[in-house]
Ligand binder design. Sequence first.
Ligand code: M6R
Length: 605
Amino acid sequence: MCGIVAYIGSKNATDILIEGLTRLEYRGYDSAGIAVIINNKIEVFRSVGKLLNLKNIISEKKPVSNIGIGHTRWATHGKPSYENAHPHSSFGISLVHNGIIENYLDIKRNLADKGYKFESETDTEVIAHLIHSNYKDDIFEAVKVSVKQIKGSFALAVISVNEPDKIILARHDSPLVIGISDGENFAASDIPALISYTNKFIFLEENDIAVLTKDSVTCFDFEGKKTDREIKIVDINPVMAEKAGYRHFMQKEIYEQPRAIIDTIRGKYSLEEGMVLLPELQNISIENFKRFNIVACGTSWHAGLIGKFYIEKYAKIPVEVDIASEYRYRDNIIDKNTLFIAISQSGETADTIAALRIAKKKGASILSICNVIGSTITRESDATFYTHAGPEIGVASTKAFTTQVVALFMLAIYFGQRKGDLSCEKVKEMLSELLKLPELIEHVLKLDEKIENIARNFKDFSSFLYLGRNVNYPVALEGALKLKEISYIHAEGYPAGEMKHGPIALIDKNMPVFVIATDSKVYDKVLANIQEVKARDGIVIATVTEGNNEVEKFTEFCIKLPEISEELSVFLNSIVVQLLAYHIAAELGLDVDQPRNLAKSVTVE
Ligand code: M6R
């Protein structure tokens, strides 16, 4: 949700800001802008729409400077427009902001009384004027005073024409990372913006202010007391954040899943001993827990729903799964006997962070499943299971989802084993099957052309139903979400057995129904659901297990998947729903990686 980048050094800041914004565009893409200091003047360049529009302006004007800030926006206050695009300025001070200022109207009124004029509808412009109103001759002091006057969430990067040798950063409830190099320093909302320049990072903590010069980074708390912030080495291959010949990031990320799964489980098991090894969980004393509470949003919530099946089956611990935005406003029964599991690709989702903090306050232990090293959720957890999917750039989550599900499968075995519910023999069997998964996924990826053909047949329908049962019910939800978010086609996921309680009324010849009918203990029931759809002229697209010749009697759109246990069939079915959504959106010529109205990490409520 909004991307920030900042640079100070001896290279041309403009080039670095534009490259950083290109890598951050997935966080927001309704307008973009940069501010640089040239000849004792702040020059601001902004444009509405995709970054390309800003790039065209920059390549025409060719600004050169050694210091600058940049922003790519996902609108909160004020529609996407030139006036609302960042950076916002006030008399020689410019800033970029990610977050939401809750008391901006009060501050705006006070500033208006003092004579400040506002050009935009944003809460950000209010901060620019506030900082100016607090400015005497020291931009650090002005930011320090101002951050105490604002309520809400913010990551800020501020420059002042009077002090062209420094950038001031501040964070509260919005991520900000500093990249360190020789004779130059950087800042960004997220590491991918900086991986071409450095592997040394400082993750700013809550209520940190930092002063960046080209040769130094100094961190303070909001009272102005110096704080020690550790420099962390994070090695991400920059190629992982490129499209590498694929048409879209989403397509590349779908294809990366076999590798991502291998990386996620690497070093976390011993097949000979039949053990899952998770030393990162040593702080979590399993014996204390009477129940688990999984909390997440969107796709991560779907992973959590699958996790419930795994944990209850293998570890025999009751699990409740909540949507974070609901959880935070509910009277939760949670205490020190609860293990709270936060699942988040980004580790920066505001609702999930808020839910985690509530659980922590009530004494729960916090375990997170996360893909981004050093993110807020991981820092606030007692233990983290990192998913190692690599940077996920496509807004629609794919490899993050399957690696979260793998993590949950491993956790279920781990807890089952520690509780004495799973024998080493059983674990060996489960691990052996899990290790075959990457190859089986490769097999499903070979069905891509077939799925693309199916997509061509269905791209013009206006509504879809997705049905699944048991552990595949969350995959039906995920399939519907994928289709909605990138193709803008209405879709609903339903537990197949619930169809007769309502959605069956929707079925007619204009309603394609995607049914997950791979082998399972409820296969016969799902087959009956397929017949019910056919009897009402609905069109069925189905996944089945190789060797099944029954379902194709009811549909020509039958996708045969390799044989696998019901528990792990979720992975193969997930690849199919991802590819189907991807091809429908691509066929429709839509912007698959940056669908309208969405942003990759939702860092505001
Ligand atoms: O970074 P998180 O996993 O916390 O993000 C949660 C959701 O915002 C995310 O999964 C969203 O639903 C995706 N667009 C789904 O593809």
